[in-house]
Design a protein around this ligand. Structure first.
Ligand code: ADP
Length: 454
């Protein structure tokens, strides 16, 4: 096992990793940018080190800054969290070249799964159904040809993409002509890679993902699924497990196929396979995330397994130590992403000082947040203020608990989406477990915001 881990991330996930390190009994050093000097993780850690200015490119995204911080503080491993350098094979390679361990898949595994388009084909070859789509698009003429073959509407996707960014729905050839070049330059600007591919646009779909864990000895388990269908502009807002979209038999089948496919394809460490499920219950693989996910707490609440501790263990070369039969998922859990944005003003991000903060409590309530009264939310990073997760024996009780906890949660001084969450919980489509990924974008958030303010 490692003796000391450098936490190369910020916000709630830095705190979460710190907690895992303490539980396992290993040292941790929090790496922070100048803007995060007063962060809760930096304050709570036994050791913290500044890795550069507020601009993430010169701190959290700078491999030299992160690696020298690990060397100077005597760490033997680096946990990248999610985002930033977490799926960067070049970084994982340099970490290893410095005699340190990257907590995640090896550089080779990351490279093997780096292209979304290639991974689609790879996992299709290992038995997972995919949505009809194209290979890498050479140019506009090729894109038009492929869209004709697949039939409109299609979704243009950046192969190096993530976070729901850069995807474009195209309904006609004319729209494709108007957007192809723009998509290409957007992908280049956002991901440093202008490779695009295309998928048939699936209406009325639900987002269901399977959590897997694979150790260095090829021993693998799944930890069930998460339903992330409540989204805005392809970004998840509420996640729950189990998914109301699947029957028990469908769940078992999908989980087993997912875990078999990734092992055969050579995957290692913690990972999440994302699927879209159509109105007939058919699941199509869309991508794999080679890191810990934002929404991991709901899986932890139902299985009782500490996923970050498990991830560290796998990276340290230890066997999983649990078999599939040991994984028992109990009850129902829901996570709400608490964001500093204004739903009544086009979800504009909100910066500023937290004047008051009170986290909810009680049975089955968990708050992962780096907020404290007086904390100044830096304007440089994403708008995630924390994650409120609730657990209960069944879905109806989890919804009731979620609403009670959201009522208790106080974030004074910033505009947040707390009321939007309450409105979604009260919505009949959500209560019926029938939300599709396009719901909020289709009906707009206005009915929800209005209902939430009642
Ligand atoms: P990213 O890597 O940017 O997160 P994904 O490929 O995981 O992108 O897709 C994110 C979301 O976009 C999905 O959860 C779904 O809402 C929507 N989406 C992706 N592919 C399709 C598709 N072929 N048809 C309809 N919606 C899609």
């Amino acid at each position: 096992m490692f003796s000391k881990v450098l936490i190369a991330n910020r916000g709630e996930i830095a705190l979460r990793i710190l907690r895992a390190c303490r539980t396992i009994g290993i040292g941790a050093v929090v790496a922070y940018s100048e803007a995060d000097r007063d962060s809760l993780a930096a304050q709570l850690a036994d050791e913290a080190i500044c890795i550069g200015p507020s601009d993430a490119r010169r701190s959290y995204l700078s491999a030299p800054a992160v690696i020298s911080a690990a060397v100077v503080t005597g760490c033997d491993a680096i946990h990248p969290g999610y985002g930033f350098l977490s799926e960067d094979e070049g970084f994982a390679d340099v970490v290893r070249a410095h005699g340190l361990t990257f907590i995640g898949p090896s550089a080779e595994v990351l490279e093997h799964f780096a292209s979304k388009e290639a991974t689609r084909r790879l996992l299709e070859a290992h038995g997972l159904r995919t949505i009809p789509g194209s290979g890498m698009l050479r140019d506009e003429a090729h894109a038009l040809e492929e869209a004709e073959r697949i039939s409109y509407p299609v979704l243009i996707k950046p192969s190096g993409g993530g976070g729901g960014k850069g995807m474009r729905l195209v309904r006609t050839a004319r729209e494709l002509e108007a957007t192809f070049k723009v998509s290409r330059s957007e992908a280049k600007a956002a991901f440093g890679d202008d490779a695009l591919y295309m998928e048939k646009y699936l209406g009325d779909n639900r987002h269901v993902e399977i959590q897997v864990a694979v150790d260095r000895f090829g021993h693998a388990i799944h930890l069930g699924e998460r339903d992330c269908s409540v989204q805005r502009r392809h970004q998840k807002i509420i996640e729950e497990t189990p998914s109301p979209a699947l029957t028990e038999a469908e769940r078992q089948d999908l989980c087993q196929r997912a875990v078999r496919a990734v092992v055969e394809a050579g995957y290692e460490n913690l990972g999440t396979l994302e699927f879209l499920v159509d109105s007939r219950g058919e699941a199509y693989f869309i991508e794999i995330n080679c890191r810990i996910q934002v929404e991991h707490p709901i899986t932890e609440m139902c299985t009782g397994i500490d996923l970050i501790a498990l991830q560290i263990k796998i990276a340290a070369g230890e066997p999983l130590g649990i078999n599939q039969a040991d994984v028992v998922s109990r009850g129902h859990a829901i996570e709400f992403r608490i964001l500093a944005e204004d739903p009544s003003n086009d979800f504009r991000p909100q910066g500023g000082q937290v004047l008051g903060y009170l986290a909810p409590g009680g049975p089955g309530v968990r708050m992962d947040s780096h907020l404290y009264p007086g904390y100044e939310v830096p304007p440089y990073y994403d708008s995630l203020l924390g994650k409120l997760s609730v657990w209960a024996p069944d879905r109806a009780q989890a919804i009731a608990r979620g609403d009670a906890a959201l009522r208790e949660l106080l974030v004074d001084g910033l505009t947040t989406n707390i009321e939007l969450h309450r409105a979604i919980l009260a919505n009949q489509v959500f209560i019926d477990g029938k939300v599709t990924t396009d719901l909020l974008d289709r009906v707009g958030s206005a009915p929800f915001v209005a209902a939430g303010n009642r």
